[in-house]
Design a protein around this ligand. Structure first.
Ligand code: CMP
Length: 133
């Protein structure tokens, strides 16, 4: 099973993305692909298609397309649920200590990372970021 973990632009810009990669490397999972890429507006719109129509969608698209992201394909048993547990709640203000969002998130939008929430989303998101992998 595979998932996508994507470090958002502000954490790439400030250099803390290395600490997030290190957390994944210390887990039982394997990073099987890794890419730093500046996604354009149209690509981010497709990536977050499920949120189109939400009031936060335009600013989310602007933010995630504002600079390079670091995307990881992570592989292992039960990886989708496990990585979401490591990531924590969407809102860093309620994410539990020890989670990535508790440590690196600064607001509900600037919440450090995105992680796929289902096998279907993982397949779609990995294809968008890695071009069909
Ligand atoms: P992510 O896991 O990348 O998936 C969708 C993103 O939308 C989410 O993390 C947040 O960055 C953002 N988001 C979700 N809900 C809100 C909200 N209420 N206000 C602003 N941004 C949000």
């Amino acid at each position: 099973m595979k998932t996508l973990l994507m470090v958002k632009p502000d954490i790439v810009e400030n250099g803390l993305f290395g600490e997030i990669i290190a957390l994944v490397l210390r887990s039982r999972f394997k990073i099987t692909n890794l890419r730093m890429v500046h996604l354009d507006v149209g690509t981010v719109e497709r990536f977050y298609e499920v949120h189109r129509g939400q009031e936060f969608y335009p600013s989310l698209v602007e933010y995630v397309s504002s600079g390079p992201v670091v995307a990881m394909e992570i592989t292992g048993d039960n990886v989708i649920a496990a990585i979401r547990t490591l990531v924590g709640e969407t809102d860093p203000g309620v994410a539990r200590p020890g989670t990535i969002r508790h440590m690196f998130g600064i607001s509900i939008q600037r919440n450090a990372v995105h992680a796929s929430d289902s096998p279907e989303s993982a397949k779609k998101e990995l294809a968008i970021v890695f071009g069909g992998s």
